[in-house]
Design a protein around this ligand. Structure first.
Ligand SMILES: [Zn+2]
Length: 174
């Protein structure tokens, strides 16, 4: 039987606390009393974890209502914490850029990103993904004899070349 301090929200029990180590951790989902043995990051950049039962881990991963089951104050506090964390993340991203090059995009790169409809801070993986997805749709093999598609394909190739060259310069310098 769980002790009274195991109830309420959040039901945190650190593993480093040896007195607690033998106890079964409960699912962190409000109101759930299943065994919580599926860790899930509290936010993408957080080292903190929820521990859910399998069902709630699946639900969480699907993007269940993060605030469900919390009262107003708790929900507000959690939203605030999340905002603070993601702000820190954005900042880190920003500085990450600065250290991997001169941190700025040339006019050509910006135009190339526009062709791919990506933001200025898109990383090269995102660029590659977007380029592949778009190029596939207008590839001459897929649309033979289609002038508009051919033009679009050409444009995508150019955009990709510009961004690839820029990426290589950054990696070289960084
Ligand atoms: Zn659960």
């Amino acid at each position: 039987m769980a002790r009274s301090n195991d109830w309420g929200f959040p039901r945190w029990r650190g593993y480093e606390d040896s007195r607690e180590a033998v106890e079964v951790r409960l699912c962190d989902r409000y109101g759930c009393n299943e065994k919580g043995d599926c860790p899930a990051p509290k936010s993408p950049n957080s080292k903190e974890r929820w521990y859910f039962c399998q069902r709630h881990a699946a639900e969480y991963n699907k993007g269940w209502d993060y605030f469900e089951g919390l009262d107003k104050e708790e929900a507000k506090a959690r939203a605030k914490a999340e905002q603070t964390e993601s702000a820190g993340y954005a900042e880190a991203q920003h500085y990450g850029w600065a250290s991997s090059g001169d941190g700025s995009r040339s006019a050509d790169e910006m135009r190339a990103l526009e062709v791919l409809e990506l933001e200025a801070d898109a990383d090269f993986d995102a660029i590659k993904r977007e380029w592949r997805a778009r190029a596939k749709k207008v590839h001459p093999d897929v649309k033979p004899g289609d002038k508009a598609a051919a033009d679009e394909f050409q444009k995508l190739q150019l955009a990709y070349e510009v961004l690839k060259a820029a990426e290589e310069r950054r990696v070289w310098k960084g």
